[in-house]
Ligand binder design. Structure first.
Ligand SMILES: CC(C)(COP(=O)(O)OP(=O)(O)OC[C@H]1O[C@@H](n2cnc3c(N)ncnc32)[C@H](O)[C@@H]1OP(=O)(O)O)[C@@H](O)C(=O)NCCC(=O)NCCS
Length: 335
């Protein structure tokens, strides 16, 4: 009997503190008009002093568990996608595993930047379909606000990012009468562009130590990006992987009820939707409210889609990403 990985619960959490474009314009040479026009972002959320990534991951995970009608103790594994871990090691997933009181089940972080959540879905799908685990918690969690350069020099990157977490529970579905589950997941990477969007320090690529005052003075501990280069690749790779995944599932664009694209820039998504002639009522965005939350963007958007009634039982959702690495991916699920 075929065993499918069914998404049975979603959740999300963003910190209370809202930072508008006008707030950022007080810190650096930027404007609400520039940010809105180039990215579609109006505001984003930042953690308060003393908050940590797990403070976002925990409520998102508990919401997803409640939606799946599961107790934390019923989980078999935790996979957490992040590019902004709570500590250098161990991963944020370990702090979450402790917070949720999950005993000794395995937990690990997955690093594929803005594609991390969909990469994690692929891992969970493999675990469930192979029979190794029956219930897997997948979380995307980012705290960007403490790692961006909120000065004129860092303004091109800093205005784009926000903090947040999103979570899903996946469970083994062996019911022949219930077709819900992940249908196909396709993953890609192109490491030759690793330095087009990255934070290089602290890193074990530096000897004899990973971080120095000099590196900090050179601002190499902040993210750097070739924005236009990233933009061009995103608008090519996202349609490509979406079509590849649909083909693999023997589906057509018209079969998809809802398209969720990574929330990096509204202009990227408009471009992709236009190329593929996706009608406006079939794709959702929340970048205006949250900015780019990297690995957390897709699960936050998915949770809003489910709770807002945009994604209903039996419908097909396509989740497509592009990010640093470069990495890009697509997951198709029947709800
Ligand atoms: C970042 C991005 C919005 C910039 O838009 P752009 O049209 O490419 O803008 P440019 O980088 O060419 O910069 C245009 C001008 O605005 C300036 N600028 C950059 N950031 C600015 C900001 N926050 N506020 C005001 N001006 C800014 C630049 O200095 C430049 O000035 P100049 O013309 O005097 O040199 C766009 O390239 C983008 O979205 N790229 C993809 C980013 C992305 O998706 N990253 C995450 C992937 S997961």
């Amino acid at each position: 009997m075929a065993r499918r990985a069914k998404l049975t619960g979603t959740g999300m959490c963003v910190p209370h503190r809202v930072v508008t474009n006008h707030d950022l314009a007080k810190l650096m040479d930027t404007s609400d008009e520039w940010i809105r026009q180039r990215s579609g972002i109006v505001e984003r959320h930042y953690i308060e002093e003393g908050q940590t990534p797990v403070d976002l991951a925990e409520p998102a995970a508990r919401q997803a568990l409640a939606a799946a009608r599961l107790e934390p103790g019923e989980l078999d594994c935790v996979v957490l996608a992040t590019l902004s871990p709570q500590a250098d090691f161990p991963g944020t997933s370990f702090f979450l595993q402790d917070r949720l009181g999950l005993g000794e089940i395995p937990a690990f972080d997955l690093r594929a930047q803005c594609s991390g959540f969909v990469y994690s879905l692929a891992v969970a799908k493999g675990f469930i379909e192979s029979g190794q685990f029956r219930r897997v918690l997948v979380v995307g969690c980012e705290v960007h606000s403490t790692g961006i350069d909120l000065s004129d020099e860092g303004r091109d990157v800093a205005v784009l990012f926000g903090d947040g977490a999103g979570a899903v529970v996946l469970e083994a579905n062996e019911d022949e009468a219930d077709p819900a589950g992940l249908l196909e997941v396709r993953l890609h990477a192109e490491g030759r562009h690793a330095e087009k969007l990255w934070i290089e320090a602290p890193g074990s690529g530096f000897t004899p130590v990973r971080i120095t005052h000099e590196l900090i003075d050179q601002r190499r501990h902040f993210p750097r990006m070739e924005g236009r280069f990233v933009f061009k690749h995103a608008v090519t790779r996202m349609p490509e992987v979406l079509m590849e995944t649909l083909n693999a599932a023997s589906l057509k664009l018209a079969d998809v009820d809802l398209f969720l694209f990574h929330q990096a820039n509204l202009r990227i998504n408009e471009y992709v939707a236009q190329q593929l002639e996706i009608p406006a009522d079939k794709w959702l965005n929340n970048i205006d409210r949250y900015g780019n939350c990297s690995a957390a963007s897709i699960p936050i958007l998915l949770d809003e889609a489910v709770r807002g009634g945009s994604l209903r039982k039996g419908q097909i959702v396509a989740m497509t990403t592009f990010g640093s690495g470069f990495s890009w991916s697509c997951a198709l699920a029947r709800w």
